[in-house]
Design a protein around this ligand. Structure first.
Ligand code: SAH
Ligand code: F3S
Length: 434
């Protein structure tokens, strides 16, 4: 009989892909099968995020709950960025945890499940050419890692300390994976890295073919079965003209760009060590709007970074007004251990940060109320990928709007022209034309 395991994934798309790798290794190299019922599991895994403080608190309360609900004798494993960050401390604080496996040590999962109190959080470990077994949670869209780690040292960010230095995966392996996924029905390829457009700066494999991210995008687009390419996250600093041109002209590259602004103030950006100014960001974003009129631009914003004055904050609002982002992920600054900014003296009081967060969100609602009604009447090519409640099917337009139509399974994995009949802040509703 196969043993059962349950896995919970928190955090970003890279964690989602790491969990797919864990599932693949355990089901194909070990005698495990996946269950979605925690009570039935012989092994419970939580794949954690440590970018902000909240998910860390959440970890300890969750493993406590897992421990109470688990079946007798079941093991608990903690993986991901909080595992990398806290290591052995997790077992000290929660002794019923059986293993701790860092975000850069996923390939050791088969070892971790066999040993007791296994801890491996080595951030120098190079998994860039490891051939993971194959598993995809979404048959229509394939997540593919193109690099591991991050070489930037943004002063607020813990990721370089949990995922280590940046190493690019050889293009040959990426192309092989993309071809295989596309042949198996994933018409959309989603390239993943902490800083994708820094691709090619360092390879672990000395024989890897030298190329940059723009070259890689072009090569993936040459795979016949691939119809759409998305990627996350690019860094605004590395958005040179050639990158923007290929993005604009290549028909397989989806017209949605994540441009993590963080702050609109050049002074705060300098303190964050982001490497660009307010003017550079505006120049890139507005040029992109000019080159690709229906481009969808999303962003990440941090409010209440140490030393952020009212004037600095107004600069952030100014950039939001000028770029009119279609989507904003906004966060209150959260001091993280091991980061430079956590030691800065001029921390902002939480009430001010909360007020600023509400202001960002209110301004964004105003912008959405202005831009979203203009979507009604447009016709989009939608790639359907998930069943929603109420007899609806959801898909994405090329420019990344979530589009819902009435329908069932037969739409999944298909491209259809859809006329938008109604629009809300977070999704569009439409009718299939053909
Ligand atoms: N390169 C990655 C960044 C991962 S962190 C990417 O672009 O996806 C994702 C987002 O979390 C960052 O863009 C930032 O806006 C936010 N973030 C990171 N550290 C933070 C902190 N200490 N406090 C608040 N938000 C943070
Ligand atoms: Fe973090 Fe900056 Fe890298 S946000 S993941 S250090 S680009």
């Amino acid at each position: 009989m196969r043993k059962k395991f349950f896995i919970e994934t928190l955090g970003c798309a890279m964690n989602v892909r790491d969990s797919e790798h864990i599932i693949a290794e355990l089901t194909q190299k070990e005698n495990y099968e996946l269950t979605d019922r925690l009570e039935d599991a012989d092994l419970i895994i939580i794949n954690t995020c440590s970018v902000r403080e909240k998910p860390v608190h959440k970890l300890f309360s969750e493993v406590g709950v897992f421990n109470k609900r688990k079946k007798k004798g079941a093991k608990i494993g903690v993986c991901g960025c909080t595992a990398s960050h806290l290591g052995e401390e997790i077992i000290k604080k929660a002794p019923y945890v059986n293993f701790v496996l860092g975000a850069r040590n996923v390939s050791k999962i088969t070892k971790a499940v066999k040993e007791d109190k296994f801890v491996d959080i080595d951030i120098d470990y190079d998994e860039s050419t490891y051939a993971f077994s194959d598993f995809r949670s979404n048959p229509y869209k394939a997540l593919i890692n193109i690099s591991i780690g991050c070489d930037k040292k943004c002063t607020f960010c813990i990721v370089p300390h949990t995922r280590g230095e940046e190493i690019s995966i050889p293009a040959e392996l990426i192309l092989q994976e993309a071809k295989k996924a596309a042949k198996n029905g994933a018409k959309e390829i989603f390239l993943l890295g902490q800083n994708v457009n820094n691709y090619g700066k360092r390879f672990g494999d000395p024989n890897a073919k030298k190329m940059d991210f723009t070259d890689l995008l072009e090569m993936v687009s040459e795979i016949e079965e691939v119809e759409r390419i998305r990627f996350t996250s690019p860094h605004p600093l590395h958005m040179d003209d050639r990158f923007l041109e290929v993005f604009a002209k290549n028909p397989k590259i989806c017209k949605s760009m994540h441009m993590p602004l963080q702050s609109g103030s050049t002074k705060v950006l300098r303190d964050m060590k982001r490497g660009y100014t307010k003017e550079w960001f505006l120049d890139r974003a507005l040029k992109l709007r000019e080159m690709v009129p229906d481009v969808h631009i999303s962003t990440d914003i941090i409010v209440g970074f140490p030393g952020e004055s009212e004037e600095d904050f107004q600069d952030t609002l100014d950039v939001i007004r000028k770029v009119k982002f279609e989507q904003i992920f906004s966060f209150k600054y959260s001091p993280r251990p091991l980061t430079k900014a956590a030691e800065f003296e001029n921390q902002i009081d939480p009430d001010t940060a909360s007020r600023r967060l509400s202001e960002v969100q209110a301004l964004h609602d105003e912008i959405l109320d202005e831009i979203i009604p203009k979507e009604v009447g447009k016709v989009y090519e939608v790639y359907f990928e998930e069943l929603k409640s109420g007899g609806r099917v959801g898909g994405r337009s090329d420019n990344n709007f979530l589009v819902l139509v009435e329908g069932s399974e037969e739409l999944l994995g298909k491209f259809k022209k859809v006329k938008i009949t109604r629009a809300s802040r977070h999704s569009l509703f439409g009718e299939v034309l053909e």
